[in-house]
Design a binder for this molecule. Structure first.
Ligand SMILES: Cc1cc2nc3c(=O)[nH]c(=O)nc-3n(C[C@H](O)[C@H](O)[C@H](O)COP(=O)(O)O)c2cc1C
Length: 170
């Protein structure tokens, strides 16, 4: 039934400190301007779920379509079973305020500290306070430059699309 909410934007979630992990997530949602809050819903079986619970921090990274292969790998392998990072062509760099790293190749990194976690069925909904951000050229003008192609998950499975650069004003 939840497929009826698609297409949804797709993000990468970084978690863990000494041995960081990256997973793909569609279920990411803005929650509040002040304080700045967002939510992510992470399955209880995901390795990422245990890492966020352990360290209380995560980073939401914004990929573009050039990173589709990485998005697919991060969303289909588990860091609990293998060294996922060595299979990803991604560079982890120091974040500004959290110990969890950011991803250099992504156009934005939102650094979050968990302020609340709620078990919701088979997922945990983590509410994160955004304590710092870094971003690349796609956001340099203060808003998204739509000549960059952000990734959207078209439906469950291996189907992705991107935004167009058409703008409609009501
Ligand atoms: C496009 C895409 C979106 C996904 N979105 C979510 C999501 O929002 N929440 C979730 O728990 N899993 C989601 N997944 C599944 C996880 O990314 C996947 O189970 C991953 O292997 C978990 O990695 P980990 O065990 O290393 O944390 C998604 C997978 C893909 C391919």
């Amino acid at each position: 039934m939840l497929e009826l909410l698609y297409p949804l934007r797709t993000y990468l979630i970084v978690s863990g400190v000494e041995h960081p992990n990256v997973m793909t997530a569609d279920w990411v949602i803005p929650l509040s301007f002040e304080p700045k809050l967002l939510g992510v819903s992470i399955g209880q079986k995901r390795y990422t779920n245990s890492l966020i619970k352990e360290f209380g921090e995560f980073v939401v990274s914004v990929p573009t379509i050039e990173l589709l292969k990485e998005v697919w790998i991060a969303g289909s392998l588990s860091g609990a079973r293998e060294d996922k990072l060595s299979k990803l062509g991604l560079t982890l760099v120091r974040s500004r305020k959290v110990r969890v790293p950011s991803i250099r190749e992504c156009q934005a990194n939102l650094e979050c500290r968990v302020i609340k976690e709620v078990e919701v069925g088979d997922h945990t909904f983590f509410v994160g306070e955004i304590v710092d951000v870094s971003y690349g050229d796609a956001f340099r003008g203060g808003k998204a430059d739509l000549s960059y192609r952000f990734i959207m998950h078209a439906s469950f499975g291996k189907n992705f699309t991107t935004n167009s650069d058409e703008i409609f004003s009501p």
